[in-house]
Ligand binder design. Structure first.
Ligand code: R5P
Length: 317
């Protein structure tokens, strides 16, 4: 097997290379002034089984196109089989027509990957794992939860209460409670399909008074879901509230929204690349005023070991 480090996930690909001892092919790339991608691999791939590591976090369309181009190019350079580790699969939340006439994006993306000849796919914590049911290639939805639970265990948050911001995220808080031993609960969430506005309602009084609580979700995008849950937990007397997710997309304003809702720390994984927040004057003022914690960067734990293990299980190294 040979790993190819796609432009979106070069660091993760290198880490997988270090864990597995497998060689990592480099990709020379740039964006043309009009936004199109230029890609060039550093070698021929004669007969190799290739695993391209390329996430599809924002800018999703660029990263997806790069994945398609790399798959096609790998075959042109002689690869025997081309597979991909796509730690965050873009468009996967649009898995059906929520309103009539909508594009079912998840289906279209998986179809495209099949069309360029992808033979295998590993991804993490899909919002709806069922989208992989009918793919033309083998596909696995891995879970990065263990890396997050381990982080909190090592941080000595044993006994913290694990919270799911909606019923769909329940699995993670249940698993976390097994590791941390502090019990778990969930909220009910409603999202307006047109405006995107979120309403999280307390299912019942959670057992958080004077205790640490950790909210676990698959994705933090705008931060609206977790911020709404964090406010309720704070109102219910939680001591500290932590926000944890697998895919920290953290689109514009999410970090501020989370800290302003009372979140003490944001923890995610490296399934997506996170750009460090600029220390603007506004941010510095807030840190000085104590509205923000002094360290406003988020913690990113790695999924490299989990991915390496999955590739080993498949007999690739
Ligand atoms: C959807 O239900 C997901 O599990 C997440 O809760 C959601 O994508 C988070 O989005 P946001 O951070 O924008 O509330």
């Amino acid at each position: 097997m040979l790993v190819v480090g796609g432009p979106a996930s070069k660091a993760l690909a290198e880490e997988v290379g270090r864990v597995t001892g497998v060689d990592v092919a480099q990709v020379d790339w740039k964006l043309f002034p009009d936004g199109e991608s230029y890609l060039r691999l550093d070698r021929r791939l004669e007969g190799e089984t290739v695993v391209i590591v390329q996430s599809t976090h924002p800018p999703q369309d660029t990263h997806l196109l790069q994945l398609l181009l790399l798959t096609q190019t790998a075959y042109k350079l002689g690869a025997g089989e081309v597979m991909a580790a796509v730690p965050y699969l873009a468009y996967s939340r649009q898995d059906k027509m929520f309103r009539e006439y909508e594009a079912v994006s998840a289906e279209a993306i998986l179809k495209l990957l099949g069309l360029v000849g992808l033979k295998g796919l590993w991804t993490f914590d899909l919002h709806e794992p069922d989208i992989l049911r009918d793919t033309e290639f083998e596909a696995k939805n891995l879970s990065a939860g263990s890396a997050l639970y381990q982080y909190f265990k090592e941080k000595d948050l044993i006994g913290a209460f694990a919270v799911a911001p909606d019923k769909k995220a329940l699995r993670m808080s249940e698993e976390a409670a097994k590791v941390l031993g502090g019990g778990y609960g969930y909220f009910i969430k409603a999202r307006d399909r047109q405006t995107g506005e979120i309403q999280v309602v307390g299912k019942s009084q959670m057992d958080v008074k004077g205790r640490d609580a950790i909210i676990f979700d698959d994705i933090i995008s705008t931060g609206g879901t977790i911020a709404a849950a964090a406010k309720i937990l704070k109102d219910q007397g939680a001591k500290h509230v932590y926000a944890a997710c697998v895919h920290p997309l953290l689109v514009k304003g999410a970090i501020e929204r989370l800290f302003e809702s009372g979140v003490k720390e944001i923890v995610g994984t490296n399934t997506v690349r996170y750009k460090k927040q600029r220390r603007t004057k506004r941010l510095r003022d807030r840190i000085n005023a104590g509205t923000y914690p002094p360290e406003t960067t988020i913690i990113q734990v790695s999924v490299a070991q989990i991915l390496a293990k999955a590739l080993e299980k498949r007999g690739l190294w």
